[in-house]
Design a protein around this ligand. Sequence first.
Ligand SMILES: Nc1nc2c(ncn2[C@@H]2O[C@H](COP(=O)(O)OP(=O)(O)OP(=O)(O)O)[C@@H](O)[C@H]2O)c(=O)[nH]1
Length: 378
Amino acid sequence: MKFPCLARLWSAGTTGKPPRSARHIALINQLGLFGVCATLPYQVFYLLHGISLYWPSFVANVFFIAGYLVALPLNGWGWHNSARNVVVLNGCTQLFVVTYFISNGAGVHLFYFSVGGVLPLMFYRRQELPLLVVATVGVVVLFVFCHFYFPPGSTPIPIADSILGGMYAASAFGAIGLLAVVGFLFRERVEDAESDLTRTNRRLEQLSQTDQLTGLANRRTLEEWLRRELARAGREGKPVSVLMCDVDHFKAYNDWYGHQAGDRCLRNLAKAFQKVVRRPSDLVARYGGEEFVVILPLTGNKGAFDIAEALRRAVEQLAIPHERSTSGPVVTISIGVATLDPVPPAQLNIASRLLRAADMALYDAKSKNRNRVMSRMA
Ligand SMILES: Nc1nc2c(ncn2[C@@H]2O[C@H](COP(=O)(O)OP(=O)(O)OP(=O)(O)O)[C@@H](O)[C@H]2O)c(=O)[nH]1
């Protein structure tokens, strides 16, 4: 927010409210404060140009200023509709009374345009539509009445034409300025709300694409990624390889060291995988419990085998103790490699064919005492 002090003042009653309600409560506070600000120059004028003459308008305005300020505590106490009604009624009555005292030649009744302009922001709920229509018609009637029944010269207080002209210009400026400021502040609020929404959507999207435990891509992302890369490689006649990795004797690890240690182990493995697989088009995903899949686009069987070996070694080098493993003293992985070279264009079920082949290669690795890489062509 660009006006921290003012923002704190007009945020009365907004704490804990959903953004939409908070926006409207703040708007009522802002209008109350603007009512005060718009009245003060008139008060200064009355003081400087003969308070003895203009005292009825001056005294009336003191009450109207108090009326505007009441909106802030009302909102603070949670009486938002009352705060809004007080601001609207106070504003309309003030314009009427002051125009009666100093005539329409001073242009005070021009502020009815600003009031009419912000009414749709104040009565915003669907069920308030009839109230909005009534309020708008009321404002129009008041403006027309003031315009035709309080002409210059009809006032209880005589005012020189030159002064009236100056006041009219100031009123016009104030009425348009008020509308512009309210519009600006409201737009700021809407933009803030939009940015919040965009951030939340991005976060939700990220959550729906990643695995919570490891931060790797989840199975859904993996399937989309694989489909896209296979289609691309199919068009270009290039290879795609897939690695299916499984932690050896992980049930025994969990049973011996506990589930939390098991989770920690999976997180460390994920980090090690990400250090080895670095090309932007490659993807490491958590496929299931202790199974990971790596997609290697534009990679032939030999290259994929080398990367799988690098992964296997990286895990071994983490040297996570595994006393219950029959494949070695530390945690190890087995990897099945499968390659389509080249990927045939536009073939159905090609992704599941590739994953199935990688799974079979993994089975081969598991049956040969684990901690090894085995490969198949899909
Ligand atoms: N800590 C932890 N364990 C998991 C998670 N997901 C799956 N597991 C465990 O991983 C184990 C997998 O066991 P199995 O499929 O029998 O395979 P294994 O014990 O690794 O044996 P091999 O694969 O034949 O070497 C099961 O005990 C699951 O409970 C997880 O998110 N966290």
